[in-house]
Design a protein around this ligand. Sequence first.
Ligand code: SF4
Ligand code: SF4
Length: 341
Amino acid sequence: MILAKISKGNIPEFLKRLMASYEVVAPVEKEGKFAFSPVSDPAKVRLDYDTTILPPKQFLYPPEEKLMEFKRDGSAGKETIDTTKRVLFGLHPCDIWGIQILDWVFDGKFPDPYYRARKDNTLIVGLNCTSPRNEYCFCQSMGTYTVDKGYDIMLMEEGDNYMVHIKTDAGNQVIRKSSDLFTEVSAEDTNILSKDLVDKKMKAKFKRKLDTRNISELLDFTYGSPVWKEFGDRCLSCGACSYVCPDCYCFNVKDKLDLSLQNGERARTWDCCLYIDFARCAGGHNFRKDKATRLKMRFFHKEKSFVDDYGRPACVGCGRCIKACPAKIDLTEIFAKLRGV
Ligand code: SF4
Ligand code: SF4
């Protein structure tokens, strides 16, 4: 582990230097909300953001992407792989966890070259949390309020400075190139970073909680619970919860031809298990035509199948889905009711 320190005043200059070699994506304010956006003016980057509307997954797995071009005569298609050199700057630990979970999926049984190419060309600069960022966070329940891998550099706020934990060679290289902006740290500085201290401070502050004990088994036992209908009836099937989730990854693939009907392209777009036609198959039969079944499916996938397959839920407790839901559906409330709390 290598540690350094940078004053907050030097961050815009650091960003400017990164921008010479990378597309830098960082949180900026847009109409009173925050969004990860390619940076054109480092002074507009807001490291004091609470959360962003969409998670940073959109820069590794975009909402819509062209996978390949093809010709109707059957000649070989051309793959379109994005190899833009990019820095994702200022990610909170939950979003870094979110990307690690996507890695498991996209590097899994069917490795995805589109995701992998973007990830290989991405440098991740994290920003730690010392308290819940807003009323919706429950990352403490999900064990994602700190992170010890999945990033190249971590910034840890300390008064007028950021302590800098350099995790990888790639991170070390970019810091070395701007070494005049960084200073060495003292033994006293390193004490401040004690994980136990951060843990103690953080745990005391969370109001929103999700009890994850035996969560996979809980879902087995509550398969027929009226709670699913109660919340399903309120759902508008709008898909907002999936779109803002760092760990929803279902997609659709569509081919389309141009007007000559000779050339086409294949595109992948985000999909959502709450949409009415998500489980409609050839012949028109819909396996999940009522809203309660679709809502149940979302949580069975995230908190049961994913736990059974990967050992943890596909949720990092960022709270974005709770904030975004127009029907005020809150998964922490659903799980409390399933437990009868
Ligand atoms: S399910 Fe909700 S709280 Fe959990 S990671 Fe997705 S958006 Fe965040
Ligand atoms: S955001 Fe709310 S209303 Fe929309 S699909 Fe999700 S649970 Fe249903």
